[in-house]
Design a protein around this ligand. Structure first.
Ligand code: BGC
Length: 591
C-alpha cells in the first residue's frame, strides 16, 4: 500500500503517461538510425569529444565524474552544460541531453556542496525520512550545478567486507536496504518534472556486493532463489517507486557478465518487473562485455567513454545493418530514453535553473547532513559511562589525522573519485566540533605521540584512508586496504592507554573493521562510518546534546578469518558468529 501523499503523485503520472507515450512515438517515428544510436550514447564533456560531436553524432547524454571540472563555480558549471544543451537543441529534432553525475552522498563532485554520510552511515541511521530528505537535497544541489540525472543509490547487499564499495550500500540487510531504496528514489525524483529534482539510478544490477571474496567485478555464485530473495527486493521497490534508470554491474552471474545477461535485464527487470526506464551500462561496459551482445541483452544507453565512442557507433551501426541487432531492440532503447526525457520535462525546461545556485551548501542543507551524522553514529562500548563527555572537562586531547581532515572523514567519491586527504570547501572536521562544544582546553596530537598524562580524556580518531571501487578491495594488487587498523593507528590507542588517560575511539571507516583488541583497550568506542562534510555532528553526540540512535547496518566481525570465506558472518547466519550482530548499538542511559 502506498501512503496517501505518494499515491497522489503516482496517479498524476499514470494520467500523463498516455500523453507521454504519444509524444515518444511521434518523435521516434521521425528518427534516423544514426539519430537513434546517438540517443543511446553517453560521453564525457571533455577529452573524448569535441563539442561539435554533440550535434554531429546526435549524442543523448553527457556524464561528469573524475576529470576536469566544468568551471570554477556553479554558474560556470551551468554555463558549460547550457552550452552543450544548446548544441543538442540545435539539431534537426532538438532532443535535449541528459546530464548525469556520480552524486552518491550529496553532489560530491562539486567543492562546496553538502556532503552526507556515505550510505552505510544512512543505513546505520535507518531513518527513511532522513534518506528522502538527503536525496532531495542532493537532487537540488545536483540541479544547481547543471545535472538532471544522478547515478545513485547503490542498492547492493554486501556480503564480504573485503569489497571496496561496502560503504556505497546501505546495509547487508535486504529489508533495510529495500526500505531506504524507496526513500532515496522518491527523494531524488519527487514528481520528476520539478526543476529541483533529478532522475535516480539504482545500481549495480545485480550481484555487485555479493561476489565471492568481495572482489569488484568478480563472480556471484548465488542461486537464482538467493538472488531473488536477497538481492532483488530493492530493485522491485525502486521500480514500484518509479525509478528512472538502472545501471548494470561489472560482476558475473551464472557465468555471464551481468551487462550481457539477457534473462535478467530483459527477462526479469524489463518484462517481469515492468521497468520502463533506461538501463545504462557501467564504465566502458560496451567494449568490456561483448559489444552488441550487451545491447541485445537489454542495455539501452552506453557509457561510451575512454575511447569507446566511435567504436560503439560503428559496431552498433554495422550490427543493425547485418541484423545482429534488431530495429525493435533499438526502438525499445530509444523509446525508454525519450520517455525519461519527457518525464523530466526536459523538452520544456532543458536548462539549469540559476536560482538554485544559492542552495548549494546552504545552512538548511548542512543542518540535515549534520542530523544524519548524529543519527549514523553507533556506540559499541561505553565503559563506566565515560560518555557523554562533560563540556567542562579541563583538558581534552584529540588524536589522529582523521580528527582534523574533512577529506579523511568523508571517504571515496568526495571531490575526487578516490576522495581526498585534505580539508575541502565548506566542510567541518571532527575537531572543529569538539573545539566549539568544549569549554576547557582542547589539545591536538595529530601523530598520537605526545605525552598528556594529565588529560581528562583522549578522543582518538582512527580508520581508513579514502578509496573507491577496486582500489578499496582488500587483497587487490592496487589496494593497500586491510580489515584491521594500521599499526600506527593501533599505537595511538596504546599510547594513551599506557598514559592512563581515559580513551574514546572514533572509528572512521567504510566498513566494519576487525578491532577486537582495540575494543578491549578503549573505554568507549564509536563506529562513525564516513560522515561527510558535517564533522561537527560527532561532537553533538559525544557531549550529550543528542543521544546515540544508530544501529549496526552490518554484523561486526570478530577476526579477519570471518572474511576468509566466500562471504561473511551475516550470509551464513550461524557460523562464524559476529562480535556484534547487525542491529546492535548502545545508547546513553536516560536519567
Ligand atoms: C562505477 C559506477 C559509476 C560509473 C560512472 C563506474 O566505474 O562502477 O558506479 O557510476 O563508474 O562514473
Amino acid at each position: 500500500m502506498l501512503p496517501p501523499s505518494h499515491a497522489k503523485n503516482i496517479r498524476i503520472e499514470i494520467q500523463s503517461d498516455l500523453k507521454t507515450e504519444r509524444k515518444v512515438e511521434a518523435l521516434l517515428a521521425k528518427m534516423t538510425l544514426e539519430e537513434k544510436i546517438g540517443q543511446m550514447t553517453q560521453v564525457r564533456h571533455f577529452d573524448d569529444i569535441q563539442d561539435s560531436d554533440i550535434s554531429s553524432k546526435y549524442i543523448g547524454s553527457v556524464i561528469h565524474t573524475e576529470g576536469p571540472i566544468p568551471g570554477h563555480n556553479a554558474a560556470e558549471w551551468q554555463a558549460r552544460f547550457t552550452e552543450l544543451q544548446e548544441i543538442a537543441l540545435s539539431t534537426r529534432l532538438g532532443i535535449p541531453l541528459l546530464f548525469g553525475v556520480d552524486a552518491i552522498h550529496g553532489q560530491n563532485t562539486y567543492p562546496g556542496a553538502t556532503i552526507f554520510p556515505h550510505n552505510i552511515g544512512m543505513g546505520a541511521a535507518g531513518n527513511a525520512d532522513l534518506v528522502e530528505k538527503a536525496a532531495a537535497i542532493t537532487a537540488k544541489e545536483a540541479q544547481a550545478t547543471g545535472f538532471n540525472w544522478v547515478f545513485s543509490p547503490c542498492v547492493a547487499i554486501p556480503y564480504n567486507e573485503k569489497w571496496g564499495r561496502v560503504y556505497e550500500a546501505f546495509s547487508e540487510s535486504t529489508a533495510l536496504t529495500t526500505k531506504l531504496t524507496r526513500a532515496s528514489v522518491i527523494g531524488h525524483q519527487g514528481n520528476l518534472s520539478n526543476k529541483g529534482t533529478v532522475m535516480a539510478t539504482v545500481k549495480h544490477f545485480i550481484g555487485d556486493g555479493a561476489t565471492e571474496y568481495g572482489i569488484e567485478g568478480g563472480e556471484t555464485t548465488l542461486t537464482p532463489e538467493q538472488v531473488a530473495e536477497r538481492l532483488l527486493p530493492p530493485y522491485e521497490e525502486a521500480v514500484r517507486s518509479g525509478v528512472g534508470s538502472v545501471m548494470t554491474s561489472f560482476n558475473i552471474l551464472d557465468g555471464i557478465p551481468m551487462h550481457a545477461h539477457k534473462a535478467l535485464i530483459t527477462g526479469l527487470l524489463k518484462n517481469t518487473l515492468n521497468f520502463d526506464g533506461i538501463v545504462v551500462s557501467d564504465w566502458k561496459g560496451y567494449s568490456k562485455y561483448g559489444e552488441n551482445e550487451i545491447v541485445n541483452a537489454g542495455v539501452d544507453m552506453i557509457m561510451a567513454v575512454d575511447g569507446d565512442l566511435d567504436h560503439f557507433r560503428e559496431v552498433l551501426f554495422e550490427g543493425v545493418k547485418s541484423e545482429e541487432v534488431s530495429m525493435d531492440r533499438i526502438d525499445d532503447a530509444v523509446r525508454r530514453i525519450l520517455r525519461q526525457k519527457f518525464r523530466l520535462g526536459l523538452f520544456e525546461y532543458p536548462f539549469p535553473d540559476s536560482t538554485l545556485i544559492e542552495c548549494i551548501g546552504c545552512d538548511n542543507h548542512r543542518e540535515v547532513a549534520r542530523q544524519a551524522v548524529r543519527e549514523s553514529l553507533v556506540l559499541l562500548k561505553n565503559n563506566a559511562s565515560i560518555l557523554p563527555l562533560d563540556k567542562k572537562l579541563k583538558r581534552i586531547v584529540v588524536v589522529g589525522e582523521h580528527a582534523d581532515s574533512s577529506g579523511l572523514q568523508s571517504g571515496g567519491w568526495t571531490i575526487n573519485w578516490q576522495g581526498t586527504t585534505e580539508n575541502y570547501l565548506g566542510a567541518s572536521s571532527i575537531i572543529d566540533g569538539i573545539r566549539e562544544a568544549a569549554y576547557g582546553e582542547v589539545v591536538y596530537d595529530a601523530g598520537g605521540v605526545d605525552l598528556h598524562p594529565d588529560a581528562d580524556v583522549a578522543i582518538i580518531c582512527v580508520g581508513e584512508k579514502p578509496y573507491a571501487e577496486f582500489f578499496g578491495d582488500v587483497g587487490h594488487e592496487e589496494s593497500d586496504c586491510q580489515l584491521t587498523l594500521t599499526e600506527e593507528h593501533k599505537n595511538y590507542i596504546e599510547h594513551y592507554v599506557a598514559q592512563g588517560v581515559p580513551t574514546v575511539v572514533v572509528l572512521l571507516s567504510g566498513r566494519p573493521l576487525v578491532v577486537t583488541e582495540e575494543l578491549k583497550k578503549a573505554d568507549a568506542f564509536i563506529a562513525a562510518w564516513l560522515p561527510g562534510s558535517e564533522g561537527k555532528g560527532i561532537a553533538d553526540v559525544l557531549f550529550g546534546d543528542y543521544n546515540f540512535t544508530g544501529k549496526l547496518p552490518h554484523s561486526w566481525p570478530e577476526s579477519e578469518s570471518d572474511y576468509e570465506h566466500v562471504y561473511g558472518p551475516n550470509f551464513w547466519q550461524k557460523s562464524p558468529t559476529p562480535l556484534f550482530p547487525i542491529g546492535f548499538g548502545l545508547e546513553y542511559q536516560k536519567s
